[in-house]
Design a protein around this ligand. Structure first.
Ligand SMILES: Nc1ncnc2c1ncn2[C@@H]1O[C@H](COP(=O)(O)OP(=O)(O)O)[C@@H](O)[C@H]1O
Ligand SMILES: [Mg+2]
Length: 388
């Protein structure tokens, strides 16, 4: 439903709102359409209640500057892409962005607290680190990295891509101030005010004595938290509720090592990588997103069963299916070429099996053996691996 002109917060702008997607603490996110081209985007609009807060206006401008800078001169796949910035008729700033399709990690986690398979969790962590690499190179610290700000986007027909969103609390470090166009304004945060999300904050960000000086390593701690949450199926300190208890825990309480059950499933080496990111002292963590990413990638190399399963785009999928159709006898070769002993291939194979058996019953044995083989491969890749 298109909102009537009068109630449309973006009336008198290039965009019209199509529907409300989310209401956040500071902002509302709408699906919007460019009036001239008809193209669909998402727009983050400052909430009415925040209209008179100059600081939130500043934050939105900073978010705009950071996002445009990240994508200059070329688009970066792991950070949401900004389109335009303007002011609505009622004075509220809005930021139009690419419209992401999919769900945030938080929404996915809310569906059940089963841990995520290691290959998928590692893949997501690597993509987050890829995004952070560019962000940090600009001297920017996100400061609010958490499952709700990690969007798993699935473009129509494309592969799943992790996109970092919500740079509303980002900080530009002193070194970053001169970089490109970023940081025409520098938002200082009063010492006593905590900035971030209590459940997902780094110790130094939680502590008023050090909060002002957080650097990129605070984001790496947050990646450690996200990884822990994905692999263990719950957050560290999940039983704490009160804000100050959470802050105190991040500052001084050791993080529970993953449960026995989880440790049996995960390689101790992977647990070590995760716990290094979660070190209380930033100096004990990985020094950069790149270093963290290298550690994870080397781990994957040593444990091929944790390699991210290849995601096929719709086009590749269609091509593979077509090829399977014409040459059932070369099936495994074709699957291997597409890098698929994967969960995706299995239902596909079952479908094909049924169709083909109906058509050519003598192929039944062959197809059944093929399906069995892939099931075994899958099982093997989800089994805990032995120490090497
Ligand atoms: N570009 C986008 N496309 C689709 N949904 C989005 C987009 N950006 C944000 N959202 C949704 O809106 C929610 C709030 O956006 P976010 O930028 O995190 O604002 P806030 O500062 O209020 O948390 C996100 O968790 C996500 O579900
Ligand atoms: Mg958010």
């Amino acid at each position: 439903m298109i909102l009537t002109n009068e109630t449309d917060p973006l009336r008198d702008t290039l965009y019209e709102t199509v529907r409300l997607l989310r209401i956040g603490g500071m902002c509302e996110i709408y699906e919007v359409r460019n009036r001239a081209s008809g193209e669909v985007f998402a727009a983050k609009i400052l909430r009415d209640a925040q209209r008179r807060s100059p600081q939130t206006h500043d934050r939105m401008r900073l978010e705009r500057d950071i996002l445009f800078e990240v994508h200059r001169p070329t688009v970066h796949h792991h950070v949401v892409r900004p389109i335009a910035f303007g002011t609505a008729a009622d004075g509220r700033p809005y930021l139009a962005m690419e419209r992401l399709r999919g769900r945030t990690l938080q929404e996915i986690a809310a569906e059940g607290d089963d841990p995520m398979p290691a290959p998928q969790a590692i893949d997501i962590a690597l993509q987050i680190l890829d995004g952070l690499f560019v962000v940090h190179a600009l001297g920017v610290v996100h400061r609010d990295l958490k499952p709700g700000n990690v969007f798993l986007s699935r473009p129509r027909g494309g592969r799943r891509l992790v996109k970092l969103i919500d740079f509303g609390l980002a900080k530009v470090s002193a070194q970053g101030r001169g970089v490109g166009r970023v940081a025409p304004l520098f938002i200082s945060t009063a010492d006593e005010v905590f900035v971030g999300t209590h459940r997902y904050t780094a110790p130094e960000q939680a502590d008023p004595k050090t909060a002002r000086n957080v650097d990129a390593r605070a984001d790496l701690y947050a990646v450690g938290l996200v990884l822990y949450t994905m692999l263990c199926g719950r957050e560290p300190y999940y039983d704490l509720e009160r804000h100050r208890d959470l802050l105190r825990a991040h500052i001084q309480e050791a993080i529970d090592p993953p449960s026995k059950e989880t440790t049996e499933r995960l390689s101790p080496e992977l647990v070590r990588i995760m716990m290094k990111a979660l070190a209380k002292n930033p100096a004990d963590r990985f020094a950069s997103a790149q270093e963290f990413s290298v550690a994870l990638s080397q781990f994957v190399e040593r444990h091929p069963s944790t390699a991210p399963q290849k995601e096929l785009s719709a086009l590749e999928h269609a091509r593979m299916t077509a090829e399977l159709e014409v040459s059932p006898e070369r099936q495994s070769e074709i699957l291997a070429r597409y890098g698929v002993p994967s969960a995706q291939a299995l239902p596909e194979l079952h479908k094909k099996l049924e169709e083909n058996v109906r058509r050519t019953p003598k192929l039944r044995k062959k197809w059944e053996a093929e399906v069995e083989r892939h099931r075994e491969l899958l099982l093997k890749s989800s089994r805990p691996h032995r120490k090497s």
